[in-house]
Design a protein around this ligand. Structure first.
Ligand code: BGC
Length: 381
């Protein structure tokens, strides 16, 4: 177990910790009247990082970025992936705590399933940073780093309209008026983000459904109907096949599909191709700029994705972790939006970018997120 460097050290522990600390002490002063906050050298501290799954590249990239940036800052890191299994994630976090983790960074599978672990963390004075997905229904979450999730949804809805030609890429009104047949997909309902994405998308799509530009032939317009448990590609593929059989057997065609995540998009595309749709396929949106989907966009198969730079998100998580471990509070840029059912969690939200084929070079390759070679192969090196 690492030396006790949590807040509320004993006098001896604090003296030792301060003695060990060469950096970061300046900002750690507590308000007068409070016990002085104490810090330990990063080398003395272990940060537990709990990620949901390795089946999606996005989380592998996040895990790698958080780990390497924390290690660069000197911390020891215990990184675990939970295989999209809720009990596994709980056990992994329990273990991080019993092994003396000093701070936790958690991207939850189910945002409400970690209450007992987080109570144990609070009891041990271990701060918890909720990573990208808000942890809900607990007081014991200290900070949230994410992207502006409502805007992700707005960007997805806008990308669907742009792909159909209802809007131009600059947001101005396009020439196409429809009516267009579209179907709607949402993410996993136990992930707080799913609602933000869907609501954001519907904020731009609902008026177009109301005025007849868009027609959802299946009638499945609620998030419950559109949801995809665990964001699973196969589940999305199956639902798309069912939609095609159920609502398009009369020879009509679907022209656009709102998809909240690239893995879901690939399931939808497989279903469309399996039902005889050929390029140009219906407009399919996405999220995460996963390399397999960037290739599909480059090849003119998928229409768009939303780029969320996981390197930037990792950097924010590291900044917040450093602040807590130095005894200060991380800087939030949103203290209103993310009510987790018990409290509003102070948040740092990053901006997002829509990527169409024409943007791959400037937004993904020039920024070093993917290489041209990876895009051509559809695989990361
Ligand atoms: C993330 C998305 C991701 C989805 C599926 C969400 O919580 O914000 O970026 O596409 O999970 O992994």
């Amino acid at each position: 177990m690492a030396v006790n460097k949590k807040l509320g050290l004993t006098a001896l522990g604090a003296a030792m910790a301060i003695g060990l600390t060469a950096c970061g002490g300046e900002g750690a002063g507590a308000a007068s009247g409070e016990a002085p906050a104490a810090t330990a050298a990063p080398e003395e501290l272990t940060i537990g990082v709990s990620m949901p799954t390795q089946t999606s590249e996005r989380w592998i990239a996040d895990g790698n970025a958080v780990k390497s940036q924390l290690e660069e800052a000197g911390y020891k890191v215990e990184l675990q992936y939970a295989n999209d299994d809720i009990p596994t994630q709980g056990q992994q976090i329990d273990q991080m705590l019993t092994q003396g983790a000093d701070l936790l960074i958690v991207a939850a599978i189910d945002g409400t399933a970690l209450s007992s672990q987080l109570q144990a963390a609070a009891d041990a004075n271990v701060k918890v940073i909720s990573y990208d997905r808000l942890i809900r229904e607990t007081e014991n979450v200290d900070f949230y780093v994410s992207f502006d999730n409502f805007k992700v949804g707005v960007a997805q809805g806008t990308a669907l309209l742009t792909g159909l030609g209802v809007l131009n890429a600059d947001g101005s009104a396009g020439t196409a008026t429809g009516p267009f047949n579209v179907e709607l997909f949402a993410g996993s309902l136990d992930d707080n983000n799913a609602g933000f994405f869907f609501d954001g998308a519907m904020s731009v799509l609902q008026p177009k459904i109301d005025d007849g530009t868009l027609v959802v032939k299946s009638g499945q317009t609620s998030i419950e109907q559109a949801a995809t448990l665990r964001w699973a590609q196969e589940t999305a593929q199956k639902r798309m096949e069912d939609l095609l059989t159920g609502s398009y057997a009369d020879g009509s065609k679907v022209q656009g599909v709102l998809s909240p995540y690239d893995g879901i998009s690939r399931g939808i595309i497989t279903a469309l191709q399996g039902n005889g749709y050929t390029t140009p396929l219906p407009v399919v949106t996405g999220q995460d700029a996963e390399i397999a989907s960037v290739k599909l966009i480059n090849d003119g198969v998928q229409s768009s994705t939303i780029f969320k730079d996981t390197r930037e998100l990792a950097a924010q998580a590291v900044t917040a972790a450093e602040a807590f471990l130095e005894g200060t509070e991380p800087e939030a840029n949103d203290t209103e939006t993310y009510d987790n059912g018990v409290k509003v969690v102070p948040s740092y939200l990053l901006p997002v970018e829509t990527v169409y084929k024409a943007d791959i070079q400037s937004k993904l390759i020039d920024s070093g997120y993917w290489t041209a070679d990876e895009v051509a192969k559809g695989q990361s090196d």
